[in-house]
Design a protein around this ligand. Structure first.
Ligand code: MOS
Length: 694
């Protein structure tokens, strides 16, 4: 490399790859220091009610137990904005699994045994945990997740549906789903007088610092929150979780460093989940397959303490031209854990329903499902009327069809068999919005001719360090090896979280701006290696968050081939192929890993992942990986991700759209549509487990 624009676009390996595969990368629970104690939470054993007494004596009698905290003796904290963080502050139990006590001990084992010994008594009430279409608690909220309006309506969707030549009316169900990142949520906290240092597994520590400062009443400057390596989050680490509050609380109470390392079986109830969604779809079309009416109505649940509304009808506002439409969300507060973000909240379940209904419509029309989508391609964003900054869905469909070998497919269901296997193929579209948030960044030219970029980005396993270094190298006009990068600490220039597929765009924008400014300054000096160190900073507030006159979304198309075993009912995905249009792909190696990862998670959503809210017990029945089945290697036979080079200068200086989430969007529909093609039976509830399929 010679200092020209060379870094972006190359499949550079992850900078921390060696540390990770050799086990030297440290995670939040692994920051040991002298005197460190370990804490284990006690989950509520009733689904609704209040704690009447906490008897710590049997726990305190056990070896190594230091203290038992509960609402009776825990430090009082300022009321957090997020009610799920108000732990051990009041006797109320809003759902089963809510933390009612915390045992601090010398070792994790002692803490765990202590937690089992604490005697908690409750005044229990009858819980209501079951979402139905007709639940009396359902109401239309003002906004759904992401600040999206809960309802949008154009024209006369009911009249247009009633008079449509061809109609599809169908209900789909997506069960609760759990994020289950590889590294469970964990935090290690240490107070040094009024200074607080926390290592936590988080998608962004700048906001964690703000929350802790407010709750513990200390200035932000007195708190350092580090997330150096993070083993995934999928949205569940996008906001602080109870572990970080409990660790800081226990450390303050005991005067010792404390680690709270949540056991996996506690995650489903305290780190958010994808809420179940009940979908009603009504599609009306002309004989030649043009949509006249599109109605997508969603019912979902939230907890008693926090309103979170999975915005599953929102993608229907983006996808297809239809003169009459209604998209609507209703939510019922139940005695359930608080739902939250899980990879492509809204789009993932919403596009399962919409893209399944589109397949049903194609069958009604006798029209190829690829062609049906092409026929309904809008020239502007249907809901807002704004032009798209770029939209290459049709190209993704065509390129996918070509690569997959779609042409010549016999559309008749059940037309392909191999012994006891039924074989089928299906297609579905994908979309995900382009989001971006303001960020700051700093870059310094060092006297040895290298550069150091500093930004509180978080690398949750995506390769953020690597791609930011690539962006910096290009903006500086220097070889990649000369760029060092520091991320993952709230002491670094403030940055937004790794979420909403917006990390690279948001951080990269600030890094690019700071580096371009430094390069300009250096251009006036003797060369790229000046003796005095100089630094430039950038803050994209006001530019990165400016309203765009354009609708900005990434698009994609999934093609799936499945085999359905008529003896066992098992569905296997033989091939999964996705083609995406997501702006400029900055690092093909890490990008492919994101897209394939998303598609694999979509495969899990289609076939194996599902959580059951036990009506009698009031809890998710599947709380570990032995019962909540994420895809294993043996489930993933052949997954390919491709993309179309998309040149869009209305995004950010890199021309990139997000890629972290779109891979999961539409995947389950493509697989479900393939199962219909294989069997001739339309299943409308996920996951497609053998008991349903047989
Ligand atoms: Mo993602 S669900 O925005 O972390």
């Amino acid at each position: 490399m010679n200092g020209t624009q060379t870094a972006v676009g190359f499949g550079t390996e992850r900078r921390e790859g060696r540390e990770k595969v050799t086990g030297t990368a440290r995670y939040a629970a692994e920051y040991d220091s002298p005197g460190r104690a370990h804490a284990w939470p006690v989950p509520a054993a009733v689904a609704r009610g209040r704690v009447t007494a906490v008897d710590p004596a049997p726990a305190l009698a056990r070896p190594g137990v230091l203290v038992v905290l509960s609402h009776e003796n825990a430090p009082r904290l300022a009321e957090p904005e997020d009610p799920t963080l108000a732990v051990l502050q009041a006797p109320r139990v809003p759902h089963r699994g809510w933390f009612v006590a915390l045992v601090v001990a010398e070792t994790p084992e002692a803490a765990r045994a202590g937690a089992a010994a604490v005697r908690v008594t409750y005044e229990a009430e009858e819980p209501d945990v079951t979402l139905t279409e007709s639940h009396p608690g359902l109401y239309v909220p003002e906004v759904a997740n992401g600040g999206q309006p809960a309802v949008r309506s154009h024209g006369d969707p009911d009249g247009a549906f009633a008079s449509a030549a061809v109609r599809v009316e169908a209900a789909y169900r997506v069960p609760p789903l759990h994020n289950h990142p590889m590294e469970p949520h964990a935090s290690t906290a240490r107070w040094d007088g009024d200074r607080l240092v926390v290592h936590t597994s988080s998608q962004g520590t700048t906001p964690v610092r703000s929350v802790l400062a407010a709750m513990f009443g200390v200035p932000e400057e007195g708190i350092t929150v580090v997330a150096e390596h993070v083993g995934g989050g999928f949205g569940s680490k996008g906001t602080p979780r109870p572990d970080v509050v409990l660790a800081a609380m226990a450390a303050r109470h005991t005067g010792r460093p404390v680690t709270v390392n949540l056991p996996r079986r506690l995650l489903p109830t305290v780190v958010g989940h994808r809420a179940p969604t009940l979908h009603q779809l009504r599609l009306g079309a002309t004989e030649d397959g043009r949509l006249t009416s599109l109605v997508h109505e969603v019912a979902t649940h939230t907890s008693r303490i926090k309103e979170f509304v999975e915005q599953a009808a929102v993608p229907a506002r983006v996808m297809y031209a239809a003169p009459h439409s209604r998209t609507l969300h209703r939510v019922a507060p139940l005695d359930v854990p608080s739902p939250s973000w899980m990879r492509a909240p809204g789009e993932a379940p919403g596009m399962y329903a919409l893209e399944s209904a589109m397949d049903e419509l194609a069958c009604e029309l006798g029209l190829d499902p690829v062609e049906l989508r092409i026929r309904n391609e809008p020239d502007r964003e249907p809901d807002s009327g704004r032009p798209f900054s770029s939209r290459h869905l049709v190209q993704c469909l065509r390129e996918g069809a070509r690569r997959f070998g779609w042409d010549g497919r016999d559309p008749r269901p059940g037309s392909r068999t191999a012994g006891p296997l039924l074989i089928g193929s299906g297609v579905a579209a994908a979309t995900y919005p382009v989001m971006v948030a303001p960020s700051t960044a700093a870059v310094r030219a060092l006297s040895d001719g290298t550069f150091l970029v500093r930004i509180n980005a978080t690398d949750i396993g995506t390769g953020a360090r690597t791609v930011l270094a690539q962006i910096a190298a290009d903006a500086l006009g220097v070889p990649l090896e000369r760029v060092g990068i520091e991320v993952g600490s709230s002491d670094l220039p403030a940055a937004p979280l790794a979420g909403g597929s917006s990390g690279t765009a948001s951080w990269g924008w600030a890094v690019h701006a700071a580096c371009a400014r430094l390069a300009d300054r250096l251009a006036g000096t003797a060369g790229p290696s000046p003796a005095p160190e100089i630094e430039e900073r950038a803050d994209t507030t006001g530019t990165a968050d400016a309203e765009s006159p354009f609708a900005r979304h990434a698009f994609g198309a999934h093609f799936a081939e499945v085999m359905v075993d008529t003896v066992t009912g098992e569905v296997r995905v033989r091939r999964l192929l996705g083609v995406f249009a997501a702006g400029r792909i900055l690092n093909p190696r890490t990008a492919r890993s994101q897209l394939v990862g998303g598609m694999t998670m979509g495969l899990g959503m289609a076939l194996t992942e599902g959580s059951t809210m036990d009506a009698a017990f009031g809890d998710f029945a599947e709380s570990d990986l032995a019962s909540y089945h994420v895809p294993a290697h043996a489930d993933v036979l052949d997954v390919e991700a491709h993309w179309i080079d998309e040149d869009d200068d209305r995004l950010n200086p890199m021309g990139s759209k997000g890629i972290g989430e779109i891979g999961i969007v539409g995947t389950a529909a493509a697989i479900g549509n393939a199962v219909y093609h294989a069997t001739g039976v339309r299943f409308r509830e996920l996951p497609l487990t053998p008991d349903r399929v047989l």
